[in-house]
Design a protein around this ligand. Structure first.
Ligand code: ZN
Ligand code: ZN
Length: 541
C-alpha cells in the first residue's frame, strides 16, 4: 500500500464521517492527515510498522491506530462498517428532507430499505407512519417534501481542488487519465470521468468497483461503469480499446458542445492523432469550453511562475512564520514571495497596525539575510474601507514593495457604490493589485455587484494588476472574467493567498484558471523577474 492509497482511505473515511454528521474537527483531522501523507517523501507503511506513525505532523493516537489497522489488514473496520451502513443517496435524500444522517438511517432500517428509491416507494405506499416516532403530521411534511423533490434543483459540483484529488486518485489507481470537467479545470466540477486503455476491460472495471473512493456502482456496461463517490457525485470510468483511447479521452473531456462541433472524431490511440485527422493543432483542455477550431494561444505554464505575491503569516491569518513561508517558496524554485498580511479593518482576524508593519519589516529583513538571493517582499493585504479609502495611511503604504487592495466587509453594497469604492482604491498610487476582485465563494456566495468593465478600465490607466486568487473556493477572477480583463489590456497576477506552507501549492489552481482565461505568460505579471515586479509601470507615465 503506497502513501497515495493510504491517503485515499483516510479521505474516504473523512467523507463518510461527514455524511454521518460526525464532529467537524475529527473530519478535518482525517483530511489533514491524508494531505500530510500524500506529501511525505518516505513510505508511510514503514513508519507505521515501526511504530513511528505519530512522528508525522497531525497524526495523533486515534489516527495512528487506524493507520496500523489499515497497513496490517488493507482496510479498517469502521470504514467498512460506515460504507455498509450509509447509502450516500439515502443520506442525501434525508438531508433534503431535513433529517440528520442518523435519523435517515434509523428510518431506512425500520422500513427495511437501503436506497433513496426504495425509501420513496415505501413513503408512497403509506409505510412512513409505521416508523416509530413518525406521526401523521411528520408523515405529511415528509411526503410534501418528497413531492417537491421531483422539481429540478441547482446542482452543486465539487470544488476543483477536491475534484482533481479525487479523480486524479482514481485515474492513478487505474493507470488512466482524468477527463471530464476536471481535465478542463472547471472551478466547480460536475462531470467526473476517467478514461483508461484496456484490451480486456474487465480487470479495470473490477478494480474501479473496489476502489475506496467509490461507494457504489450505479451503472455498468461492457466498457464503462458509473460509480458514486461518498460525496454522492457520480464518477464515470471508460475502459477504451487501446486503439481508440485518444478518441474516448477527447469525448470524455468535453465540453459536449465543443466535442459536438468537432465530430465525427477518428479512432486513434492518442489525442494528437485525433486532432491531426481533423487537420487541427491539439487544443489544451482548458480552452475546450465553447466550440473552437483555430490555433490555440501559447498558454502560461506553472513552471513559468517566478514568485507568489499574496501570502499570509502568523502576523494575521496564517499558520507559519515569515521565514518558514520564504523557505517553502524558495524550495518551490521561486525568486520571490510577498508577505501580505491583513490590516485591522478585516475584523475576523488580527490585522497589522502601522507599528506592526515596522516590526514585521525587521522579521522580513532577517529572513532575507538567511534566504538571499531569494527575496521576501514587504507587502500588505490592505482593506478597502466602505468609502474607498485604504486601511493604512499612505506614508506606510509607500514603504512597502507590494500592496494588494481587498474588499472584505460590506460586500452587499449597490453596484454603483461598490464600483466607486473599488475605483477609488485603484487610484491610490501605492496599490499594485486588486485581490479576489469579485468576492465570490464558489457555490456559496455570488459575485459582488461590481462593474468589472469599469474596473478593468481604471486598472489599465493606473497600472494595477488583477488577481487570480488560487484559494480553491475563490478562483477569483474566474476564467471568463480573466479573458475579458486580458481583452481590456489589463495584466493578471497568479497568487495563492496561502495561509500555510501547504497553501502555496494552490498556485496550480490559479494557473489553471488563468489558462481557462486564455492567459499567455506575457499576460501574467509574476512570470517576470523581480525588477519588473518592483518597477511599477503605468501607461500614463
Ligand atoms: Zn482577502
Ligand atoms: Zn489574503
Amino acid at each position: 500500500m503506497d502513501n497515495r492509497q493510504i491517503a485515499d482511505h483516510l479521505d474516504a473515511f473523512a467523507s463518510l464521517l461527514e455524511l454521518a454528521d460526525a464532529n467537524p474537527y475529527t473530519i478535518r483531522a482525517y483530511r489533514r492527515a491524508a494531505d500530510t501523507i500524500r506529501g511525505v517523501p518516505i513510505p508511510v507503511v514503514e513508519l507505521v510498522r515501526s511504530g513511528r506513525g505519530r512522528e508525522l505532523r497531525g497524526i495523533g493516537p486515534g489516527i495512528e491506530a487506524r493507520l496500523r489497522e489499515l497497513v496490517e489488514t488493507g482496510n479498517f473496520a469502521e470504514l467498512a462498517e460506515l460504507e455498509r451502513e450509509l447509502s450516500p443517496d439515502l443520506v442525501g435524500l434525508g438531508r433534503y428532507l431535513g433529517l440528520g444522517a442518523k435519523r435517515s438511517i434509523e428510518i431506512a432500517q425500520s422500513l427495511g430499505v437501503r436506497t433513496a428509491e426504495e425509501l420513496r416507494e415505501a413513503a408512497a405506499g403509506g409505510r412512513l407512519r409505521t416508523v416509530p416516532g413518525i406521526g401523521p403530521k411528520t408523515e405529511a411534511r415528509l411526503l410534501e417534501a418528497l413531492a417537491r423533490e421531483a422539481e429540478p434543483r441547482p446542482r452543486h459540483g465539487l470544488l476543483l481542488g477536491r475534484a482533481m484529488e479525487l479523480v486524479g486518485g482514481v485515474a492513478a489507481a487505474l493507470d488512466g487519465e482524468a477527463a471530464g470537467d476536471v481535465r478542463r479545470r472547471r472551478d466547480s466540477c460536475e462531470r467526473l470521468a476517467v478514461v483508461c486503455a484496456a484490451r480486456d476491460p474487465r480487470p479495470a472495471l473490477e478494480r474501479f468497483a473496489a476502489l475506496p473512493q467509490i461507494v457504489a456502482l450505479v451503472e455498468q456496461g461492457e466498457r464503462r461503469a458509473v460509480g458514486v463517490t461518498v460525496e454522492g457525485v457520480p464518477l464515470e470510468l471508460i475502459a477504451a480499446e487501446p486503439g481508440r483511447f485518444g478518441t474516448a479521452l477527447a469525448r470524455a473531456t468535453g465540453s459536449p458542445a465543443y466535442v459536438a462541433a468537432l465530430e465525427p472524431l477518428a479512432a486513434a490511440p492518442d489525442e494528437e492523432m485525433v486532432y491531426a485527422a481533423l487537420e487541427l493543432p491539439w487544443c489544451p483542455p482548458e480552452l475546450r469550453e465553447e466550440p473552437f477550431r483555430g490555433a490555440p494561444p501559447v498558454l502560461v505554464e506553472p513552471d513559468q511562475i517566478r514568485g507568489d505575491l499574496h501570502s499570509h503569516t502568523r502576523w494575521s491569518a496564517g499558520r507559519a512564520s515569515v521565514e518558514e513561508m520564504g523557505l517553502a517558496a524558495r524550495e518551490r524554485g521561486y525568486d520571490y514571495l510577498a508577505i501580505c498580511d491583513h490590516t485591522p479593518a478585516v475584523g475576523a482576524v488580527r490585522g497589522l497596525t502601522p507599528d506592526d508593519v515596522g516590526r514585521q519589516a525587521e522579521e522580513i529583513a532577517a529572513a532575507n539575510e538567511l534566504l538571499a538571493p531569494f527575496r521576501v517582499l514587504r507587502g500588505i493585504e490592505c482593506d478597502i474601507l466602505p468609502d474607498g479609502r485604504l486601511d493604512l495611511p499612505d506614508q506606510i503604504l509607500a514603504e512597502l514593495e507590494w500592496v494588494q487592495a481587498s474588499v472584505h466587509g460590506g460586500q452587499r453594497m449597490p453596484r454603483r457604490e461598490m464600483t466607486k469604492r473599488v475605483e477609488e482604491a485603484l487610484r491610490n498610487p501605492y496599490v499594485r493589485c486588486l485581490s479576489h476582485p469579485t468576492g465570490r465563494y464558489i457555490n456559496r456566495r455570488a459575485e459582488n455587484a461590481l462593474d468589472l468593465e469599469r474596473v478593468f478600465e481604471v486598472a489599465l490607466q493606473e497600472g494595477v494588476a488583477l488577481e487570480v486568487n488560487g484559494l480553491p473556493d475563490r478562483l477569483d477572477l474566474s476564467g471568463e472574467h480573466i479573458r475579458d480583463a486580458l481583452r481590456a489590456g489589463v495584466q493578471v497576477v497568479c497568487s495563492t493567498d496561502a495561509h500555510s506552507v501547504a497553501g502555496l501549492s494552490n498556485m496550480a489552481l490559479s494557473v489553471a484558471t488563468a489558462r481557462r482565461g486564455w492567459a499567455t505568460p506575457q499576460n501574467v505579471l509574476n512570470t517576470r523577474p523581480l525588477p519588473a515586479i518592483l518597477d511599477r509601470r503605468r501607461p500614463a507615465d
